[in-house]
Design a protein around this ligand. Structure first.
Ligand code: GCW
Length: 725
């Protein structure tokens, strides 16, 4: 799949619209068939600007594939690509278009006038209508009525998203009348993906830190890739699910990567040029030490005038080349990365210095709150990593520059399959916050296991800090200030994500960032309909049966009851129950012969439960009300403690692990279905089957190791006498 470089139809039409798809790269949710409904119709695009060019280019490509026709008007330009009458399939040619809004033969195409006032005989009208009609930035209206379906963008970006909405509707975009224009728009202004891609291959982390889908689509062995076709295709996929910001390098900024800000800025310019036509702004992770490592200054102290001046000048140079540059992403004073603490300064000092540099140009600084002591003494039970970000940032609420977005991981520890929501998110009402999710499956099966994460994210986004009655306290509302961010899961793998079903996570993430209240099951439907157009309801039902609850299956056979971190420390894949128990990383389960869990109560523990407002503080504090799924996150209990579900902690561990391992086997059995194979194709089918075999094997390993561990610690046998080792 190679995306066209959208070209203004004034001179060349969209002649480059349709390039053949390399057969070996899977088209993800934009296969040719997804464009059939639009591409087989008469389409009128009206408006001007780069993103309208993109829409035109997409329409031209769709019509070339499926035999429809299109016309573009606006800005004194008319172009057309009528294929039905035997004209060129790739849109208008240079000599078929004149600048005065008429086609060369003196007639307007397809009944449309140059000013776009009439819809003529088009089946689909895509136009920029401007503000009004209840839409906001990037929004659009969609109206199925009369003779045509009309998508009206608030702005060119709105038209682009409206177009992809129509793609997703397929045939449903046509025919049926609706009550009137439906208004659509993003709930969150910034919908971002962070790449942990290294430019140079890192000795232990490789080309992509926590990447499970091959190499980077941007970088290879120390350089920008020569073939950036995948990056261009990626931009298109992202626009089709609503993403509008991408950070192109790892937050752990090593030597080579640091150079992107200065001597290697050309590479960032090239990527920004690929993303821009799809409405995506490019961001860069920078090292706080840049004034020293790049600028040759003796210090990076944020209060030093020479340092501030260096950032101001350096940032000006970036904007001179990339006028729509999104801004900086910074991991400071975290896991060994440099930061303001090294100079006795605060996060506010550090973040504001950068904000002052980007703000005049319209940029932002994403300042990560993933700050904790990673050299903790495991003997010390009072220090709690869960408290760290909260304690470091809440004193600064209201103090940050407006251009600072504090980026908070969704949980207080680190992307575990189950954590409570980070209380920091609810405790910074006067600060712009972004919530960070992890699409790459570092702790959720590394794209070898099926683990559809949208249900988990949805639960997080719907979590209400002040209880059910207070809608405004929902994470999805709070994050409106700064947006949603997630670590991407793609690589140069030909299925993009290693496990083909992990594509659904990327798609659903984008859609949830657009609408945090979206239903994960409906998103799965939308993804499946686009990705597997040949799948009938029976096959879609199999996908639901495999994916809807796959996160819960994964949770069952891994660390129990919210305790987390029983993973192998070397790669975070597979079980190692005590792998982190005596380490400096602050992630312990404290299992002994009598019980397990971390006492994070206010009464007797680390006080973490008390960082939540009511009602949650009380709910988590009390053993009677603490939800089972996070019980061991908040409490250290005896193995015989009865859960709300009636089981003892130990029996629950045994039961869920046996169940989880069995469910993994069931997943594999469901996939082994001729109808599924026919709908998804043998190639993709084989890849998933191979991954499922590994999942079954790994789930069994998890089950047996976790169960045996607790049996050996407690001496209490399984009530059902199943094999434990
Ligand atoms: O989960 C941890 C990962 C690190 C990562 C870090 C972070 C980029 O294991 O690889 O570093 O989080 O979020 O900064």
């Amino acid at each position: 799949m190679t995306a066209p470089t959208p070209a203004a139809p004034t001179s060349s039409g969209a002649a480059d619209a349709d390039k053949p798809l390399p057969v070996d790269v899977h088209p993800a949710w934009l296969p040719p068939d997804a464009f059939r409904a639009i591409g087989s119709r008469r389409v009128h695009v009206h408006g001007s600007g780069l993103l309208v060019d993109t829409v035109t280019s997409e329409v031209a490509r769709a019509c070339a594939l499926h035999g429809g026709s299109w016309v573009r008007t606006g800005d004194g330009v008319t172009a057309d690509g009528v294929t039905a009458d035997g004209a060129t399939a790739d849109g208008a040619t240079a000599d078929g278009v004149t600048a005065d809004g008429a086609t060369a033969d003196g007639a307007t195409a397809d009944g449309a006038t140059a000013d776009g006032a009439t819809t003529g005989s088009a089946d689909l009208v895509l136009r920029v209508a401007g503000p009004g009609r209840g839409t906001g930035p990037e929004g659009y209206t969609l109206h199925r009525g009369g003779t045509a379906t009309v998508v009206e963008g608030h702005d060119p970006a709105g038209l682009l998203y409206g177009f992809f909405h129509a793609v997703q509707l397929g045939e449903q975009a046509f025919g049926a009348h609706d009550a009137g224009p439906q208004v659509h728009g993003p709930a969150l202004a910034r919908r971002m993906l962070d790449h942990w891609d290294n430019v140079a291959v890192h000795p232990s982390m490789g080309q992509v830190e926590r990447g499970y889908a091959g190499g980077s689509i941007f970088w290879r062995a120390g350089r920008l890739r020569e073939d950036l076709g995948r990056a261009a295709d990626y931009a298109r996929l992202l626009a089709a699910c609503g993403i509008n910001a991408v950070s192109v390098n790892n937050v752990n900024v090593h030597r080579t990567e640091a150079l992107l800000l200065t001597e290697r800025l050309d590479d960032v310019v090239t990527l920004a040029d690929l993303f821009r036509p799809y409405g995506i702004r490019t961001h860069l992770a920078v090292t706080f030490a840049a004034p020293v490592v790049l600028g040759g200054l003796p210090t990076a102290d944020p209060l030093d005038p020479a340092v501030r001046d260096w950032w101001r000048r350096t940032t000006e140079a970036v904007y001179a080349r990339i006028p729509d540059f999104g801004g900086y992403l910074v991991k400071a004073d975290s896991e060994g990365q440099p930061g303001p603490h090294g100079y006795g300064r605060t996060h506010v000092d550090g973040a504001d210095m950068l904000a002052e540099a980007v703000a005049p140009h319209g940029g932002v600084v994403h300042w990560r709150a993933f700050v904790y002591n990673h050299r903790q003494d495991w003997r010390d039970r009072r220090t709690d990593r869960a408290n760290a970000a909260y304690d470091a940032f809440t004193p600064h609420d209201g103090a940050f520059h407006d251009a600072v977005v504090v980026q908070v991981k969704h949980g207080p520890i680190d992307f575990q399959p189950r954590e409570p929501v980070s209380p920091l998110i609810g405790a910074m009402p006067r600060t712009r916050l972004a919530v960070e999710l992890q699409v790459t499956q570092e702790y959720t099966g590394q794209q070898r296991h099926v683990c559809y994460l949208a249900p988990m994210w949805s639960q997080i986004l719907r979590f209400r800090f002040r209880g059910d009655a207070d809608e405004g306290s929902a994470v999805g509302r709070i994050t409106r200030g700064g947006g949603l961010v997630a670590v991407s899961n793609v690589g140069d793998d030909r299925f993009w994500t290693g496990h083909p079903l992990a594509q659904a996570n990327l798609y659903a993430y984008g859609r949830l960032a657009w609408d945090p209240d979206a239903d994960p099951s409906a998103l799965l439907d939308a993804w499946a309909a686009l990705t597997f157009p040949a799948a009938g309801p029976d096959v879609v039902a199999v996908l639901h049966a495999m994916m809807d609850r796959s996160w819960l299956t994964y949770e069952k056979y891994t660390a129990p009851l919210g305790i987390g971190f029983m993973v192998d420390p070397s790669g975070h894949y597979g079980p190692a129950v005590d792998g982190y128990e005596y380490s400096p990383w602050g992630t312990y389960h404290f299992a002994d012969r009598d019980g397990v869990g971390v006492d994070r109560t206010l009464a007797t523990g680390t006080g973490f439960a008390g960082r939540f407002p009511q009602p949650w503080s009380q709910v988590y504090e009390s053993l009677d009300t603490c939800p089972d799924e996070v019980l061991l996150f908040f409490h250290h209990v005896p193995y015989g403690h009865r859960l709300q579900n009636g089981s003892t902690v130990l029996q629950h561990i045994y039961d869920t692990h046996f169940d989880g391992a069995r469910e993994a086997e069931e997943l594999a059995a469901r996939w082994d279905d001729a109808r599924v194979q026919a709908a998804v194709g043998p190639d993709l089918h084989a890849r998933v089957r191979e991954r499922l075999a590994e999942q079954v094997h790994s789930a069994r390993e998890w089950c047996d190791q976790v169960n045996s561990y607790f049996y050996r610690k407690s001496g209490v046998p399984d009530a059902h006498g199943r094999p434990i080792y």
